[in-house]
Design a protein around this ligand. Sequence first.
Ligand code: ADP
Length: 315
Amino acid sequence: MHLLSQIGFGHWTGVVGWVVSVATVLGLVLVLRHERRQARSLVERSKELERLSSELLRVNRMKSEFLANVSHELRTPLNAIVGFVDLLREGVYGELAPRQVKPVERIEASANHLRHLVDQVLDLAKMAAGRLEIHTESIDLRPFALDVASEIESLVSEKGLSLSLVMGAALPRIRTDPTHLRQILVNLLGNAVKYTDEGGIIIRTRLVDSLPDSGAGSISRSSYPTNPWIGIQIMDTGIGIDPADQSRIFEEFEQINAGPRGNSAERGTGLGLAISRRLAALIGGMVELESELGRGSTFTLWLPVDPADLPVASK
Ligand code: ADP
């Protein structure tokens, strides 16, 4: 009896062991099948994502091409409108009757606004399509900034504002694209005048070893080299910008309290800062903002400086 129960026990443990092994193998097979199915669906999903992202890129490129072509086609008739209205206003086709003066001025302001908008859309489209070229030159910043400042001098004095330049004498030369640099500075200075009614504007430069802590609109520092940087600051005593709005004004078509619809000059386009930020990135720099509502704003254009261009004293 004892022997029999021993054989029975041995037999049952054998059976249980066999069942457990089969169950384990079955379990493993099921897990493997599940894993393989998951891997297959992952591969399918990543293929789908790849397809979607290349489709997105293609559509985006087509959009930019379309915008660039349309803007280009719009420019020619617009230039004709602006040119002829100018001639009308100058009396080339006879003196305007007093009643006609105001409407003609409105046509001129609207046509200029539209041309400016089309120019800006064209610039953005070109940048998005990677068609904006960079022609680097070595620039002496002081005379360059003086020249840009003289462009807005009449606007500044029309509003009774002051304009001063605070720039060290021993600034390094910078290697950059002068056309793009000028466009950024003209945009920032134009805004400073537009949004300032009292006080004035200062153009200041700062030479630093590495970028100081970021302000609004800034880009992560880690992707930038640590060479010396020069900051060209446009400081105004204007209306200032609420911290809640400071990032979004760098987006395309974003404006805070845009001017009245009828006033083309005041309305702006909401594209100036978006273009300035993209242009700055294109020339290896960035635009940042510090501002306090009601107290004024400081926009800083940071540009990298080649250490070889540093004045001897600061090397
Ligand atoms: P806009 O053509 O409207 O000036 P921008 O892209 O140049 O377009 O500026 C976007 C918005 O940022 C403006 O509508 C204005 O509200 C705000 N802004 C820009 N510069 C200044 C400044 N210096 N002071 C106050 N607000 C500013």
